[in-house]
Design a protein around this ligand. Structure first.
Ligand code: ARG
Length: 612
């Protein structure tokens, strides 16, 4: 009998590779046999598709080669039949006893998800809000995706550092701080809206426009025009200068400014935490390691590059150059100031050399693609692509796409401003609540007669689950249209659909009156078989998400599993079946399915209401 801790696909693959080796020679032992789940149960459970390619490579008749391979594959006790079909596929049907054994193995707390032996932690850079600005939709994506990936890695046994790289150090924050302190506002009672307004105003004044003056200079608009602009914008220039000197003072550790700075952070983060809480993501103050954390490490970052002869002077500034492109990476400005990139280099050093992470994942929108390419290449040049014990570090940027409005343009409010995160979440929750309340009026509904508070909690879980699922079920790099109606629907490939399916299984189990689900598995009907074959993939699906950083694979699979359960439930009576042994088996299958859905949704950060 085979090693049952593996997923069936792997067991078949291994056996086929051994057959390749004995039929064709040891040099063929690593050829991918391309084992797939069968599209149609009529043709067995799995299909081996790799023979045709191999036949071509070795100039043989594919059907003959397939026959030869079938003759030597050793799947004794595991496969009931191996059948050559079409031009050279092999259809595999598993024995009921193998299926049962695999199910028993899976029906454990780990649900078939193997634990990694890699002791290096992983750093996941997520959220990354900017202090003094409100969270926007981009931060929503970064947070949801980053949280889900963190959960997946934790699930496969890795230690994860969730790194919230807050934008909390630099000119923008110095600018608002300077403005607020000058105007004598009480920073203790500041609301996020006040802060946001102050930020917008400060930005306007400061912008108004030094850029315009620069343009006038560049296009040689003439001294007269420049003077005129300068006069008009005296305020702006003064504001810029004042902000810059506030930043210098802040960076030098001015006590008053630092105190004010902390207050601005608190004010922002209070609002952020309220959203994060509502979102049900695992992200708190303990995960904050913002730009300011690295402020005393920037000098030494630059030193490392200088010492390795990797920094070049360019007009008073320091840059790192790359062989394959013109664009250099600026690490110190001519005025001695450091850049966003310098801070990120310090973070790479910290994560790889101090935390000893061997995988750095950045969940940051696609517009920062170039920044991360430069960051990774510069880190590699300076040797931070190895942990202290010499393990290679994998750097990955997930350049996620934008959230679009119905007009296929980046989501904006009616007045044209950026949509804030909290307004979006509030609406989703309201929609979830409306839906639950509407359904609870129906006497046959699970939620009929529930109190206001309970309904409201369920509504929140649905609304938030809907947003998260919609976000994660797309290929991350593509833009997607934000369609609230579709997201909250109980039908289709949506979060609520899967939540609802799960709540129905819960209710079925409750109705059974049983509490112990450990009867023997009996797998007779095609639907039971299909459900089991799907369930058995769970471990491999989770590993796949960890490997390829694609949560939509898990979404798609959960949707499939829900479908397989629903076909099973339609074809195979559970509570009404006379045979007690079959009833017990079907209940156990239902309970296993329920646990897998709950676990899978948890990896997406989605809660499952008991009733819906
Ligand atoms: N604060 C940045 C922004 O809003 C995102 C930070 C991303 N993380 C990083 N390590 N650079 O654009």
């Amino acid at each position: 009998m085979q090693d049952m801790t593996k997923d069936p696909k792997q067991i078949i693959s291994d056996a086929v590779q051994a057959a390749f080796s004995s039929t064709l020679g040891a040099e063929y032992k690593d050829v991918n046999p391309v084992v797939r789940l069968s599209q149609n149960p009529k043709f067995g459970d799995y299909q081996i598709n790799g023979i045709m390619g191999l036949a071509k490579k070795t100039s043989q008749n594919p059907r003959e080669l397939a026959e030869k391979i079938v003759g030597v594959i050793d799947l004794e006790g595991f496969a009931e039949s191996l059948e050559v079909a079409g031009p050279g596929f092999i259809n595999v049907t598993l024995t009921p006893s193998a299926l049962i054994e695999l199910c028993v193995e899976m029906d454990s707390p780990s649900l078939g998800v193997l634990q990694s032996e890699d002791l290096h932690p992983i750093a996941i850079d997520l959220c990354g809000v900017n202090v003094a600005k409100q969270l926007h939709v981009g931060h929503l994506r970064s947070t949801i995706i980053g949280d889900s990936l963190s959960r997946v890695f934790e699930r496969v046994g890795r230690t994860v550092y969730r790194e919230n790289h807050l934008g909390d150090w630099g000119l923008p924050i110095a600018m608002v701080l300077d403005r607020l302190m000058r105007s004598g506002v009480n920073l203790d009672t500041l609301s996020i809206t006040d802060l946001n307004t102050a930020y917008q105003e400060a930005k306007l004044v400061a912008k108004d426009d030094c850029g315009g003056i620069k343009t006038a200079e560049r296009i040689s608009a003439g001294p007269h025009r420049i003077l005129e602009l300068q006069e008009q914008n005296a305020d702006a220039t003064a504001a810029q200068e004042s902000a810059k000197s506030a930043l210098v003072k802040l960076q030098q550790g001015d006590k008053d400014l630092l105190l004010g700075w902390e207050k601005l952070i608190n004010c922002t983060m209070k609002d952020v935490y309220a959203s994060l809480d509502l979102l049900h993501v695992k992200l708190g103050p303990e995960h904050n390691r913002g730009e300011s954390f690295y402020r005393d490490r920037l000098e030494s970052v630059v030193d490392s590059f200088v010492k390795s002869n990797l920094a070049e002077e360019d007009d008073g500034a320091l840059v790192v150059r790359f062989k394959d492109r013109k664009r250099p990476l600026l690490i110190r400005k001519s005025d001695g100031g450091f850049m966003y990139a310098t801070t990120d280099l310090a973070a790479v050093y910290f994560r790889t050399q101090e935390l000893e992470c061997d995988r750095l994942i950045y969940v940051v929108d696609a517009r920062q693609r170039d920044h991360f390419k430069d960051l990774f290449d510069a880190s590699t040049l300076v040797g931070w692509n190895k942990t202290p014990d010499g393990t290679s570090v994998k750097f990955e940027h997930i350049p996620f796409g934008s959230v679009l409005g119905e007009d296929k343009k980046p989501l904006k409010t009616r007045s044209g401003s950026n949509v804030t995160l909290s307004s979006l979440l509030d609406e989703a929750v309201a929609r979830g609540r409306d839906e639950v309340k509407r359904r609870s009026k129906d006497e046959s509904s699970q939620t009929h007669g529930m109190g206001e508070e309970e309904l409201s909690t369920i509504g929140r879980q649905i609304g938030i689950g809907a947003i998260k699922y919609a976000d994660l079920s797309n290929d991350l790099v593509t833009d997607y249209v934000f369609d609230m109606d579709r997201m909250v629907s109980f039908e289709g490939n949506t979060g609520p659909y899967i939540q609802y399916a799960c709540a129905r299984i819960t209710s079925l189990l409750e109705k059974s009156g049983e509490t112990d689900f450990s009867s023997n598995f009996i797998i007779n009907t095609p639907q039971e078989r299909q459900l089991v074959i799907t369930l058995l993939q769970y471990g491999a699906v989770v590993q796949n998400v960890a490997q390829n950083l694609e949560p939509h694979i898990l979404c798609m699979w959960l949707h499939e599993l829900t479908g397989a359960f629903s076909s099973f439930y339609q074809a195979c009576p559970v509570l009404k079946v006379d045979d007690g042994a079959i009833r017990g088996s079907r209940l156990r299958l239902s309970e296993l399915t329920r646990r897998v859905i709950v676990d899978g949704l948890d990896l997406l950060g989605i809660e499952v209401p008991q009733k819906m």
